[in-house]
Design a protein around this ligand. Structure first.
Ligand code: 9GP
Length: 838
């Protein structure tokens, strides 16, 4: 038998097929899993079978840690952070687990020595796309940091059967394809039917007096749906802590099915099942008006109720009374999607556990904290009262009661300020009545935070101003962060290796230590190595694009990348206007000396968001013309890479030279892509928006390409009366670009195709592209000049990456732990592996 491998904090002492880390053991485990789990032998196995066998081999090596972690939490009274989120955009698990276990190279060798292609198997993994973008990916980064910092945590969410749609591009348009990520099974999760939970919907309430004569309310629902948990281990980086991501799947309770079946209503029984299972069928793409979407409210209530009932069960397993529930759990509301939790916890405490209202309210407020992720008014959730009352009659009563007590407090502080009272109310009564979920979250939480300094300031001044005036002490800022494990070590192994050679590996858990690399900025050899890595990755990406999309791109050109959701406020079309500007310059003077650039776009548009889809069409139409014009001669290339997702992000961030962060100031709450680019040595062209401001502060103004209006300037211009026509008439370059689009030049002569986009710019330009256009074009010229000086560019690139310490999600999580959750790390001791008794 081979000796155990010392890769982890503690050695696993027993070398067996499920835990062993020697090459021989790993090879045998893969072969065994192929045979015993997949039921295949190599000659008939598919690539996916081999991937599954490998994934189970890795999962086995997580289990000891996972079970020890769970046991540690159950045995002691540690405080557990519960991250409630309707989205977790985890991305592929395999590589991340290998890195965090510290066995990447060992497993890779075992796979290769088994005669298999490691990269090919790795690419088999279907990524769980259970989120739309930034908000869901942030939740995933935070899960990684919580485990790496050894903070007890559970991520609670929804196990959507279909995640974010797969995107195809046909004739330049986005086409949505259902994401069947569970088609071949998911080796990382374990179903726990024994821990299922019932959730009620609809019906009515009844008042009664209990045996002590106390007034009580009971809820008699129309239907009951069963929530079945599926658990995925989330291992920290080289620690024993493996926390749990618990996602709920909706099913019909069997008893209901049988009842109908027994009376001969077979179809009724099956229908019940269909209705129940619908709840967790599909992720809602964001940016669509969701008001009135009953299923969405059902989803939110379903996962929140399951999660809170689960917490109560866990709490009562450890202690007798719910009186100190808030000392057991810190519950973070990731945006307003789980805000119904405030009313649900009150219902559970008051109706089901007979705790009196005032005490229940203290517990509730001490339990919850709320993160706001957007200032866009259309994204602030509100539910029509009628719909809400039909689905959750008891919660409506509870919300009324919370509101009445809350407005009583407000009245006491601001007597006769009726407007303020109407503004603060949990119910919007200005027209059709709505429940304001951000208000429910704010009232029911002890802490409220934004996700970047500017965003928090704007929340305080604007969206939640009345709440800020009422409770300034509740507000804090928690600037977002991203995990360096996935976004450097997994995505950019060559860069990680170079850093390791220079300063060791401590930076992976203490990103601020990257600063030590500043000492090497003047080292020509180091700069050469840095450049070479970027070059190699760009070449790999060029090969990938050639192979998968049949487009030739020049790896020597400046890779200018904008990848993120497609939205007017993110202004992908401003980027397109610049491309057309450059194109016009070349057409006017075909021998002009321009810096060769490849413009790379990626991102999905919400299926119902017409303008965003038209922006995709515009980019592809411009690409068609530019890429096929002989005058351009390979100096400009435009590619829209379909189906941008976590896996593709891992490929593209390390390859970027320039990161486009060009939202209208005051619109992007934070951004996290901006951080991933910089960490991988891309320079940013950006506005003073979201976390860009803090990134620029950290990397230095001289290493950041800044353009555009500031937020106060945007507000002032709006107040003064913004007229896009003024810019159109005053700027001949801009006018030429707009006229060219209008003329049908990019649409085979069709002058109608892009009219909605052009008209929206000319007549409204809500996101002020015209106002920022010239500043953007000028700034892009500075980018060109900087790129011509290779050594200067490399220095800037290095300084960007090594000054990114602040943007590790570890820093963000530490702040949440200290300032909001009051949660401490807990050491998980590894138990000696116990062989099952024969
Ligand atoms: O738009 C914000 C984005 O700026 C931020 O980085 C991310 C994580 O905090 O959240 C996004 N918001 C949403 O996805 C929906 O509110």
């Amino acid at each position: 038998m081979n000796p155990p491998v010392e890769t982890l904090q503690q050695t696993i002492k027993v070398e067996d097929d499920r835990t062993g880390l020697s090459l021989e053991t790993l090879k045998r485990a893969i072969a065994d899993n192929l045979f015993y789990i997949q039921g295949k032998y190599p000659a008939i196995a598919t690539k996916n079978d081999f991937y599954m066998a490998l994934a189970y081999t890795v999962r086995d090596r997580l289990l000891q840690r996972w079970l020890n972690t769970t046991e540690t939490y159950l045995k002691s009274k540690v405080k557990v952070v519960c991250y409630l989120s309707a989205e977790f955009l985890m991305g592929p698990h395999l590589s991340n687990n290998l890195v965090n276990l510290g066995i990447y190279d060992q497993v890779r060798r075992a796979v290769e020595e088994s005669g298999l292609d490691f990269v090919e198997l790795r690419e088999q993994e279907e990524e769980p796309g259970l989120g739309n973008g930034g908000l869901g990916r942030l939740a995933a980064c935070y899960m990684d940091s919580l485990a790496s910092l050894e903070i007890p945590a559970i991520g609670y969410g929804i196990r959507y059967e279909f995640g974010i749609f797969d995107q195809e591009i046909r004739d330049g348009w986005q086409i949505e394809i259902t994401d069947k990520w569970l088609r071949y099974g998911n080796p990382w999760e374990i179903e726990r039917p024994e821990a299922s939970i019932d959730v009620k919907f609809g019906g009515y309430t009844q008042a009664y007096n209990d045996e002590n004569g106390h007034y009580r309310v009971r809820w008699i629902p129309d239907i009951i749906v069963k929530g079945v948990p599926y658990d995925t281990p989330i291992l920290g980086y080289k620690v024993n802590t493996a926390n749990t991501l618990r996602l709920w799947k909706a099913e019909a309770p069997e008893s209901f099915e049988f009842e109908a079946f027994n009376v001969g209503d077979y179809y009724g029984a099956v229908n019940e099942k269909v209705v129940a299972e619908n709840i967790t069928k599909v992720l809602y793409p964001n940016d669509e008006p969701i008001q009135g979407k009953q299923l969405r409210l059902q989803q939110q209530y379903f996962f929140v109720s399951c999660s809170l009932q689960d917490m109560i069960r866990l709490h009562l397993h450890r202690q007798d009374s719910l009186d100190n529930f808030h000392e057991s759990f810190a519950v973070q509301l990731n945006d307003t999607h789980p805000a119904i939790g405030v009313a649900e916890l009150m219902r559970l405490l008051v109706d089901e556990h007979q705790i009196d209202w005032d005490r229940a309210w203290q517990i509730t407020q001490n339990t919850f904290a709320y993160t706001n992720h957007t200032l866009l008014p259309e994204a602030l959730e509100k539910w029509p009262l009628s719909l809400f009352g039909r689905l959750l009659p008891r919660h409506l009563q509870i919300i009324y009661e919370i509101n009445q007590r809350f407005l009583g407090q407000v009245r006491a502080k601001y007597p006769d300020d009726h407007q303020r009272i109407a503004r603060l109310s949990l119910i919007d009564e200005s027209g059709e009545k709505y429940i304001r979920m951000a208000h429910l979250a704010s009232v029911g939480s002890h802490a409220i935070n934004g996700v970047a300094a500017l965003h928090t300031k704007l929340l305080q001044q604007d969206v939640l101003r009345d709440f800020y005036e009422l409770w300034p002490e509740k507000f804090t800022n928690k600037t977002n962060g991203v995990t360096p494990r996935r976004w450097i070590v997994v995505s950019n192994p060559k860069l990680a290796e170079l850093i390791n050679r220079k300063i060791g590996t401590n930076w992976i858990k203490h990103l601020e230590e990257l600063k030590q690399l500043e000492a090497f900025v003047e080292d020509a050899e180091f700069r050469q190595q840095w450049r070479q890595i970027k070059q190699d990755i760009k070449r790999d990406l060029a090969e990938y694009v050639k192979k998968n999309h049949a487009i030739d791109i020049n790896p020597q050109s400046l890779f200018d990348v904008q990848v993120k959701r497609i939205h007017e406020y993110k202004r992908q079309h401003l980027n397109a206007l610049y491309i057309i500007t450059l194109y016009n310059q070349i057409k006017q003077n075909p021998n002009i000396d321009v810096v060769p650039r490849t413009f790379i776009f990626g991102g999905k548009a919400a299926p119902g968001y017409f303008m965003a889809k038209l922006i995709i069409k515009l980019i592809n139409s411009v690409a068609q013309v530019v890429n096929n014009d002989p005058d351009v001669r390979e100096r400009l290339k435009v590619v829209f890479l379909p189906d941008y997702n976590v896996r593709f992000g891992q490929r593209v961030y390390p390859a970027a030279d320039l990161s486009e962060q060009i939202s209208t100031a005051g619109k992007e709450a934070s951004g996290t892509g901006n951080m991933k680019f910089s960490m991988n040595g891309a320079l940013t062209i950006g506005t003073l928006d979201g976390a860009n401001i803090e990134i620029r502060e950290e990397v230095g103004a001289e290493n950041f390409f800044l353009f555009g209006l500031t937020t106060p300037e945007v507000y002032a211009l709006k107040a003064k009366g913004y007229n896009p026509w003024d810019y159109y008439h005053a700027n001949s370059q801009l006018k030429t670009v707009i006229d060219l689009i209008s003329s049908g030049f990019f649409s085979h002569g069709d002058t109608n195709l892009f009219r909605p986009l052009v008209d929206s710019l000319l007549y409204h330009d809500q996101y002020m592209l015209f106002a920022d256009y010239q500043s953007y074009v000028d700034c892009q010229e500075q980018v060109n000049q900087a790129y011509r000086d290779e050594e200067k560019w490399t220095r800037m690139s290095i300084l960007n990456a090594v000054r990114m310490g602040k943007f590790s999600s570890d820093r963000a999580i530490r702040e949440y732990c200290q300032e909001i959750w009051n949660a401490q790390p807990v050491n998980v001791e590894m138990q000696e592996y116990v062989q099952p008794k024969p």
